[in-house]
Design a protein around this ligand. Structure first.
Ligand SMILES: Nc1nc2c(c(=O)[nH]1)N[C@H]1C(S)=C(S)[C@@H](COP(=O)(O)O)O[C@H]1N2
Ligand SMILES: [Mo]
Length: 160
């Protein structure tokens, strides 16, 4: 199982890079070794796939919230309401993607302990690329492997 997940994405034999873009003061390109600079967390996760059944893995990596906060999202940090318009778009190299809201991972709101995993079951993801890990999800579809881009977007409006 870990073989297929670790091999998914962009394993071209080179170190994978992830682009952090959008409404950020410090956009960045990050490798797995860059992501080791943040405090590392561990999550034992079970999720169900509609096609391949239940999977169980142990992931390690920084919190998505820590990494994105360091990039300086363009909201007023002192005004909690200002964060509510921010979305996070996470994309894999194969085009699979999902949207999260900033509030979902913010410690003042949903507090979801979402990881940007750099390791799966003791295998490094330095060549396949980091993986989104949502310990709270029952279904595995948001466990995006081979992440090559994360875009933070604060310009969503529902009024046109
Ligand atoms: N990049 C990428 N990540 C992905 C997917 C995908 O198609 N592309 N499929 C998702 C789905 S549906 C599941 S259940 C989990 C585990 O999928 P796997 O068993 O194919 O590795 O990965 C998720 N991450
Ligand atoms: Mo799935």
């Amino acid at each position: 199982m870990s073989q297929s997940l670790a091999a998914a994405g962009t394993d071209t034999g080179r170190v994978a890079e992830l682009a952090l873009t959008g409404d950020l003061i410090r956009p960045a390109r990050l490798t797995v070794s860059d992501l080791l600079a943040w405090p590392q967390h561990e999550a034992e996760v079970s999720f169900e796939c509609a096609t391949s059944g239940i999977q169980h893995h142990r992931f390690t990596g920084p919190l998505l919230h820590d990494v994105l906060s360091a990039a300086g999202p363009g909201f007023d940090p002192a005004r909690r309401k200002d964060r509510l318009r921010f979305l996070i778009a996470v994309s894999g190299a194969d085009g699979h993607h999902a949207l999260l809201s900033w509030a979902e991972i913010d410690p003042d709101f949903g507090r979801a302990p979402v990881l940007l995993a750099v390791g799966i079951d003791d295998t490094s993801l330095d060549r396949a690329g980091p993986q989104l890990v949502l310990p709270q999800d029952r279904c595995g579809a948001r466990h995006i492997s081979g992440i090559n881009a994360i875009r933070v977007d604060g310009s969503y409006t529902s009024w046109g």
